[in-house]
Ligand binder design. Structure first.
Ligand SMILES: C[S@@+](CC[C@H](N)C(=O)[O-])C[C@H]1O[C@@H](n2cnc3c(N)ncnc32)[C@H](O)[C@@H]1O
Length: 263
């Protein structure tokens, strides 16, 4: 567990500066007012005016600050001190009152409850287990408060990056729950970045839902999507709507999911 957290934290500390400078995150256009909340997130979360919102695994805070611009009283949490320092400095530059805090979502306790807990895109795979995460979500929601979770679908993660004879090949066991160690150059936002190690886990969908149910939440919505927010497999194509999909004509699989739940 400790290894899981310390290896991944080092990865995020190392890659974050390259992300802040990347075209992927395009901080200049964000400074000029670009909203980073996508169509799925916006529909599920709805109007945040006057609402308190906790953003878990906020990275360097663009979504958190977008929720502030949309009227929320927003707090972002991430375990990378480098990411939180970058987020706080951007918020200061932009004169936004978004709060940022360093914390591990497996044992976070801010001593506060929020109307909304939001977490999205590339979050659960970094966590060694989800029970403690579900309890963190529950601990930070007011009675009647809502969770909105949007993440890549675990079915997507069974596939190899390489295709064999043009066919997608299943490489990872959906049900094994084993820790997967990678050593790779760069990242989704900065392919030429430094070499780092990560430890990740494919959490089957049943574990995601079970973690929330056992923490006392009631699932109010579950959806699966044929698109995802970045090029998760090399042969994916970006459509005019900005989402990445398998090439037209390929049989579809779920690439992303969302869960809404209430306490
Ligand atoms: C892929 S990024 C999330 C990206 C974010 N949705 C965005 O668009 O910028 C994953 C984030 O999770 C954070 N993270 C990973 N494990 C964590 C943990 N146990 N507690 C808190 N943050 C964690 C990393 O530091 C990283 O900033």
């Amino acid at each position: 567990m400790t290894d899981f957290i310390s290896i991944n934290r080092t990865h995020w500390d190392v890659v974050t500066p390259g992300h802040v400078d990347s075209d992927f995150y395009d901080v200049e256009s964000f400074k000029a007012g670009r909203d980073t909340i996508d169509s799925v997130e916006a529909e599920l979360v709805g109007d945040v005016g006057g609402r308190s919102l906790l953003h878990l695994q906020c990275h360097f805070g663009l979504d958190t600050m977008s929720w502030t611009r949309r009227g929320a009283s927003a707090t972002g949490v991430d375990f990378s001190e480098v990411a939180i320092a970058a987020a706080s400095s951007l918020a200061t530059d932009l004169n936004l009152n978004t709060r940022f805090k360093v914390g591990n979502v497996l044992d976070l306790n801010l001593g506060e409850e929020f109307d909304l807990v939001f977490t999205s895109h590339g979050v659960l795979g970094w966590l060694p287990e989800l029970r403690a995460w579900g309890e963190t979500v529950a601990r930070h929601l007011k009675p009647g408060g809502r969770l909105v979770l949007v993440d890549s679908h675990p079915v997507l993660w069974v596939f190899d990056d390489e295709r064999i004879d043009g066919e997608m090949r299943i490489r990872y066991d959906y049900f094994s729950r084993e820790a997967l160690t990678f050593e790779e150059t760069g990242s989704y936002a900065n392919p030429d970045g430094p070499v780092t190690r990560t430890i990740e886990r494919l959490h089957p969908m049943e574990d995601v839902l079970e973690a929330l149910i056992s923490a006392g939440l009631t699932i109010t919505g579950f959806r699966e999507y044929d698109h995802v927010g970045w090029q998760a497999l090399p042969h994916m194509e970006r459509d005019d709507d900005g989402w990445w999909r398998l090439p037209a004509g390929t049989p579809r699989i779920p690439l992303m999911f969302s869960v809404t739940a209430t306490l």
